[in-house]
Design a protein around this ligand. Structure first.
Ligand code: UD1
Ligand code: CA
Length: 456
């Protein structure tokens, strides 16, 4: 069997967070989720996550994922360290199993790297193998110590390294493959004689070498893949790499991103060909965007479906659907469950919530469309308000096709406005309007001639 063990029990002290480190997000996806996906991709028979600090939060978040959890007791006086974390899973694998070990805080490894590493281990029939990387700044990582014949003989942590060892630029990425046998024969012999009083997994290497086993090393040249998240600064660095990767993959598929360094497209989003993303646009992972769409300015789109040829400028769109050819903004807000039909225009400072808006309808300026059903070809004037709430309950407003709602009209729900009817500007409408009628609700204007002159 192929078994993966992901170490995720640490507190992540350097994050100074209330939340476990592995639940922080990189491009809209938790750090741990990237690592779990690598194991799924490598077709592991079982993936075990070692949890400890904040384990309830981790378990809850990964309830539906194809992983099993083992709790590492944590707290004062409890043994600690990556070696101890693996040892508590020792009953989960047999001697003949292949065990892949990953740290839960390194989300940037590619599937290709993991697959190539496992292939290398299988080909060479190694008892143990470490994935190493050549880096220009090895600070903080375990250094790979190679012996006379250049075989790996030990791994030394930064805090335990001599100056000479610190100068080594080949580091431990935190990924290992061992046979179950190799782990069973060494884990119970780890010792805490190091600067952190921890049981280091890296010491398994030394013990195996002492027993005459050859430890393999599969080395990658890419420095970015192994970036680990131990602090907020590293979280930002990792996120920058992931965002660049995501943006570049969209560009390769025919999406124009004019400023890739500030466009934030989350993992999982879908964007069609010839769409242009311009400026500090944020697209959440659960969003699907069509072809030839133009999104610019400070826009955020989450949980939404955007059709082809839509134009969006400086607007926020949440959990909504926008059909082909519609234009939105600048400064519009589609709140959850807005559905705009083809060629709808929602302009400056217009808010739409839980409403269906039919084809070719326009609301160009300063309106609120809430709990509405608006037909096709309707004109919603400047400042129109769907008054949908009486302080306790919400009511619906239905506006039939081709109605013309003048500026500054209040439609007090529940309300029905008939097909092709007109509502005069400034009216507060409380009674239904029949098809083809004109509704006017305002007092007669009175002009007082020469009023100014009569003032003192
Ligand atoms: C570790 C390696 C280091 C390597 C680096 C790569 C050791 C001793 N050091 O250092 O050689 O270069 O990763 O990123 O292995 N964890 C547990 N239980 C524990 C302790 C840790 O589950 O008792 C988990 C942590 O939650 C974390 C992972 O193991 O996800 C690594 O622990 P961390 O403390 O971050 O190790 P590093 O100092 O980064
Ligand atoms: Ca780490």
């Amino acid at each position: 069997m192929k078994i993966a063990i992901i170490l995720a029990a640490g507190e992540g002290k350097r994050m100074k967070s209330k939340k476990p480190k592995v639940l922080h997000e990189v491009a809209g996806k938790t750090v741990l989720s990237y690592v779990v996906d690598l194991c799924t991709g490598a077709q592991m028979d079982k993936t075990i996550v070692i949890v400890g600090h904040g384990e309830d939060q981790v378990r809850a978040r990964f309830e539906e994922e194809p992983v099993e959890f083992i709790s590492q007791p944590v707290g004062e006086g409890k043994p600690y360290g990556t070696g101890y974390a693996v040892s508590i899973a020792a009953d989960e694998f047999e001697d003949d199993d292949q065990v892949l070990i990953l740290t839960g805080d390194t989300p940037l490894f590619t599937q290709e790297t993991i697959d190539d590493f496992l292939e290398f281990v299988a080909e060479k029939k190694l008892e143990g193998c470490v994935l190493t990387a050549m880096v220009s700044h090895p600070f903080g990582y375990g250094r790979i110590i190679r012996g006379a014949n250049s075989n790996v003989v030990a791994i030394v942590e930064e805090r335990d390294a001599t100056d000479k060892e610190k100068a080594i630029t080949e580091v431990n990425t935190g990924i290992f493959a061992f046979t179950g046998r190799a782990l069973h024969s060494t884990l119970n012999r780890l010792e805490t004689e190091n600067s952190q009083n921890e049981l280091y997994l890296t010491d398994v290497v030394k013990l195996l070498v002492q027993e005459g086993h050859q430890i393999g090393a599969y080395t990658i040249g890419d420095e970015e893949e192994m970036l680990g998240i131990n602090s907020r600064v590293q979280l930002a660095k990792t996120q920058a790499v992931m965002r660049r990767r995501i943006n570049e993959s969209f560009m390769e598929e025919g999406v124009t991103i004019t400023h890739p360094e500030i466009a934030q497209v989350d993992y999982g989003a879908k964007i069609g060909r010839d769409t242009i993303i311009e400026g500090p646009v944020h697209i959440d992972g659960d969003t699907v965007i069509g072809e030839d769409v133009y999104i610019r300015g400070d826009s955020r789109i989450s949980g939404s479906k955007i059709g082809d040829h839509v134009v969006i400028e400086s607007s926020v769109i949440e959990s909504s659907t926008v059909e082909e050819g519609a234009s939105i903004g600048p400064f519009a807000h589609l709140r959850p469950n807005a559905h705009l039909g083809k060629n709808v225009h929602i302009g400056n400072f217009v808010e739409v919530k839980n409403s269906v808006v039919g084809e070719n309808t326009k609301a160009g300026h300063l309106a609120y469309i809430g709990d509405g059903e608006v037909g096709r070809g309707v004109n919603i004037g400047c400042g129109v308000i769907f008054a949908n709430y009486n302080g306790k309950e919400k009511f619906r407003t239905v506006v039939h096709d081709h109605a013309f709602i003048g500026s500054n009209v209040n439609l007090v729900a529940p309300m029905e406005v008939g097909e092709g009817s007109y509502i005069a500007a400034g009216s507060t409408i409380t009674k239904a309007v029949d098809a083809g009628d004109l509704a006017v609700e305002r007092s007669v204007q009175k002009n007082i001639p020469g009023w100014k002159k009569k003032q003192k």
